[in-house]
Structures are given as C-alpha cells and as structure tokens.
Design a protein around this ligand. Structure first.
Ligand code: NDP
Length: 385
C-alpha cells in the first residue's frame, strides 16, 4: 500500500535526504504535502517533482511567488502558521518533522494531536516540550519515530524487546573536533568548531557537537522519548561514529546499532517502520575500520554536557531556557562576539537567572523561549556592544 507523506522542512538537509529515498520508490510513497520557511523556488521545484497536493511557505510575503510558480500544476499553494499546521495534520499517514528550531513546535504538535505517525528530526520538539508532546501522543494515539541517528539506533535496538527489560541506554558521541586538542579551548575559531570529523552538518549543530551541547540536547530528547530517568541514560565518547547508540538489558546483554554516518539510514527506518527499505548508503567495512574506540566524556573540558543533564533533571522550563540560551550563545560565538568556553558559561548563567514556571502549553514554551533569547541577547550586548 502507498504511504502518504508530508515533509515539513522539505528544502533542508533532512528533507532532501527524505526526498532522495522516497522519490526512488514512487509505488511505496506518495508525497502529499511539502513545506519550507522562505525558499520558495526550491519548494516549488520539489512540489512539481513530487506532484504534491499542497505546498506551504511559512513566510506569507512569498505566497504570491509560490502561487505563480505552481500555476497549473494542481498543487495548492498556502502560507503561514495555520497552513503549516494543516500540512502536518492533513491527509498524510506519516509526517516527516524536519523544520529546524522552535518554529517546528506547533506543526509537530498539530501532527501529534491528529494522531499521525511522526518521524521526528526536529530536536526542539522533545527538548523544549517533551512532557507536552508525549502527553498529547498518549492521548491521540500518535506514534513518534525518532530520526536523530542515536535515538533511531536505540529505537532499533528496542524492537522486539520489552521496555521493562531495559536497564539503561547508552548514547554515543563523536566528541567533536576538540575531543583531544587543543589543550586550551579559549582560542578556537568558529571555522575550527564547525569542522566536524564525521558528519556533514550545518554550522549551529556542528558547534553544538564541538561543545557537546548536542549530546546534552539528545540526552533530554532520549529522556522523554524512552521515558527513562537521568541515571539510566549514559553517554560514551566514540570517535568513529560507527556505533550509533546502545541498549543494555537486565540480563547484561548489550545491543548496538552500527552503520556508516549517513542520515538516510535512520530516515529509511522511520519511513518504512516496522519494515526496512533498501538504501543507497555505503556499506560498513569493519575490517577497513580496524578498531572502534570508546572513552568517558570529559565533563571539565565540556561542561555543556553537565549543564544539560542538570537542566533535564530540573525539568519544567529549564530545558527551554537551555535550548534558547544556547542558540543565542552559539550565534554570538559564530559572529566572533564571544569565545568558545563562554557558550557553556552563558547557558549556565541563563539557567541560574531564569525563574520560570513549567510550561503548560506550546504557547508557554514559545514565550519562555522568546523571553530567554531577549534576556541573553541583552546580556551579550552589555558584554560586547
Ligand atoms: P536545515 O536548516 O537544513 O533545514 C530546515 C528546514 O526547515 C528547511 O526546509 C527550512 O526552510 C525550514 N524552516 C526553517 N525555519 C522555518 C520556519 N521558521 N518555519 C517553517 N519552516 C522553517 O535543517 P536540517 O534538515 O539539518 O535539520 C532539521 C531538524 O533535524 C533540526 O531540528 C535538526 O536539529 C534535526 N537533525 C538534523 C540532522 C542532520 O543531519 N541534518 C541530524 C539529526 C537531527 P527554508 O529552506 O525555506 O529555510
């Protein structure tokens, strides 16, 4: 049977990898809706190519152009927040949630509340609104399939096992470009920080990998996704990024998922779940790899991981503040306004100053996010006008 899919964030990296897979299999997948923020030309190309029924651009001022580009295609052009929510909750069976940032929260919630199967790449949805998303999914019967490679690995290892037989999960982290050198992280440049050793990603997420904040955000994601407390989620540094994560069971068995660092593999698992799809991804050559290394993370060198764990344990508004403060701090680092160690310092300070009550709706989450960004930006201007 053909699976109807909506791709939220179709013009991005995850969106492109998804299209690369589904366009090879027109008998299995029908793309019904595609969305983007402002990249109207690429969105129209994708909508034409996939024969989508609905194309939504978040930026309303671009609607006229989208309508022109889609004239006589039979594809409806729409714009704005409400239309994004409709793309997420419309006639798709499977929603690929690949919008970046908190802009993805409302559409993801719309898909979850509509009881969809959601292939979730958007980290912020669980990091900032984990309790709300899981509660809504439980109420509507929605299924959340993790796309992030570590969570997807854990999800794969859990298949066929009882949740009560899990003793802990172990997330792997590459350790980023500064795992060992330089000794002094005070002078590293944005160019050095974005040069990730294994994965090719955007600047923000690459800096997050360098500070290990990315692993901190994934820790929070895992906490909500798999319903496990802090003491049952461990992190291990694994520089080769071949073991994507592991699950330890009560009998002492440990299952791991391995593969080349290619996001099409976890995306394919989410697309075909509970089946599998053949993908064009490279095959793993263990003999060529030769060795797999593991070590404990250095929390003194990478305090972001400790700070993220503390925010997760605090719960409530803390993960929202962590995420928002980190985005502003990373942006300031990329613009040369603050030094690398100040990213974690900024986030820790923001958490100390926050004093918010726990969010009870996506609106509350977005308000805490907005206020935190404004506060952190103002504090940046004081330090570095
Ligand atoms: P990209 O920046 O490549 O793409 C983001 C997509 O979201 C684009 O289609 C963009 O449209 C759209 N978008 C951006 N802002 C808005 C907005 N305000 N409203 C509506 N749509 C918007 O991101 P990635 O594909 O790399 O990542 C997507 C998500 O997946 C992120 O949360 C990321 O953390 C997560 N992720 C990514 C991985 C990766 O390897 N790339 C791995 C694991 C998780 P436009 O083109 O018009 O700007």
């Amino acid at each position: 049977m053909t699976r109807k899919i909506a791709i939220l964030g179709a013009t991005g990296s995850i969106g492109s990898s998804t299209l690369d897979l589904v366009e090879r299999l027109p008998d299995r997948f029908e793309v019904v809706a595609v969305t983007a923020a402002s990249n109207v030309e690429s969105l129209a190309v994708i909508a034409r190519r996939t024969k989508a029924k609905l194309a939504v651009i978040a930026d309303k001022s671009r609607l006229g152009v989208l309508e022109e580009l889609l004239a006589e295609t039979g594809c409806q052009a729409a714009a704005g927040e409400q239309a994004l929510n409709e793309a997420a909750s419309g006639d798709a069976d499977l929603v690929i949630a690949a919008i970046v940032g908190c802009a993805g929260l409302k559409p993801v919630m719309a898909a979850v509340e509509a009881g969809k199967t959601v292939a979730l790449a958007n980290k912020e949805a669980l990091v900032t609104a984990g309790d709300l998303m899981i509660e809504a999914a439980t109420g509507s019967g929605a299924t959340i399939l993790p796309v992030d490679s570590e969570h997807n690995a854990i999800f794969q290892c859990l298949a066929g096992n009882r949740r009560e037989d899990v003793s802990r999960i172990i997330l792997t982290a590459s350790g980023g470009p500064f795992r060992v050198t330089p000794t002094n992280l005070g002078d590293v440049s944005p160019e050095q920080a974005v040069a990730h050793p294994n994965w090719s990603m955007g600047a923000k997420i690459s800096v997050d990998s360098a500070t290990l904040m990315n692993k901190g955000l994934e820790l929070i994601e895992a906490h909500y996704l798999f319903g496990l407390p802090s003491e049952r989620i461990d992190i291990v540094i694994h520089p080769q990024s071949t073991v994507h994560s592991l699950v330890e069971f009560v009998d002492g068995s440990v299952l791991a998922q391995l593969g080349p660092p290619d996001m099409r593999i976890p995306i394919a698992y989410a697309l075909a779940w509970p089946e599998r799809l053949a993908t064009p991804a490279e095959r793993l050559d263990l003999a060529a790899l030769g060795r797999l290394d593991f070590e404990a993370p250095d929390l003194a060198r990478f305090p972001a991981l400790r700070i993220a764990r503390e925010a997760m344990e605090a719960g409530g508004a803390a993960p929202v503040v962590l995420n928002a403060a980190n985005e502003i701090a990373v942006d300031s680092f990329l613009k040369g306004r603050i030094r690398f160690p100040e990213i974690a310092e900024t986030v820790e300070r923001a958490l100390g100053d926050s004093g918010f009550t726990a969010p009870r709706s996506i609106g509350d989450v977005l308000e805490i996010d907005r206020t935190t960004r404004a506060r952190v930006e103002a504090s940046m201007r004081e330090v570095c006008p």
